[in-house]
Design a protein around this ligand. Structure first.
Ligand code: SF4
Length: 212
């Protein structure tokens, strides 16, 4: 039976993007095909250091992952009955592991499925309900060309993006200094948005809320 390597599973409000505030079970997959850091390189967009630990993990089947998600949400409680139960595949880079079987297993359990991907791999055929592309490679290397939202981290001085991925919502997220807001980055992003009204601001609100 196929196993996926999962770094952690937790239930928390979505902290960023158009779905911010929506409770979601996060499945963080082990492994990433990039190494984002301040310097620009083939495997790094430059401008920020990745603060995500994605090296460790445990092997789980699709059923074991779904069972953990159900346990976290508590399938019989009122919350589950009156809300859409969302799961968010993140990482690392979830597109390296998420497949149709896993999405189907979550759908059968009554979950909607979102993915947060760096866009380097196409996820069109997985049957997902929400796609967030947060590009971390040069636009010509983007393989996921449509999305519900695109989200770019921007540090002070970085230009407005020219996304290859066409999305319903375009978001700029100011770079954080660890868990602290970088006010220069926020000011810079606001100045970009004033000049480019098709973009909107997305903050990493979970850091302000001090939740994961
Ligand atoms: S793509 Fe995401 S997880 Fe991978 S190195 Fe970059 S910021 Fe970290």
């Amino acid at each position: 039976m196929k196993q996926y390597v999962v770094n952690e599973i937790f239930w928390s409000p979505q902290g960023e993007g158009m779905r911010a505030g929506q409770m979601s079970v996060f499945i963080r997959f082990t492994g990433c095909n990039l190494r984002c850091r301040m310097e620009q390189a083939e495997d790094s967009p430059g401008g920020f250091d990745c603060d995500t630990e994605f090296a460790s993990g445990r092997k789980l089947t699709a059923k074991e992952i779904v069972d953990e998600a159900i346990l976290l949400v508590g399938k019989r409680n009122d919350w589950y009955q009156i809300n859409s139960a969302w799961t968010v595949f993140s990482g690392g880079e979830p597109a390296l592991q998420v497949d149709v079987d896993l999405v189907q297993a979550f759908h059968e359990a009554g979950f909607l499925c979102a993915i947060e991907t760096n866009g380097s791999k196409c996820v069109d055929n997985l049957g997902l309900d929400w796609i967030t592309v947060s590009p971390k490679v040069a636009e010509h290397a983007i393989r996921q060309l449509t999305a519900d939202e695109v989200k770019y981290v921007r540090g002070h001085g970085q230009a407005i993006p020219k996304p290859a991925c066409k999305a319903k919502h375009q978001l700029i997220s100011p770079a954080f200094d660890g868990w602290s807001i970088d006010s220069r980055a926020v000011e810079w992003c606001l100045s970009l948005i004033k000049e480019n009204p098709e973009w909107r601001l997305s903050m990493q609100q979970h850091k302000a809320w001090n939740v994961r």
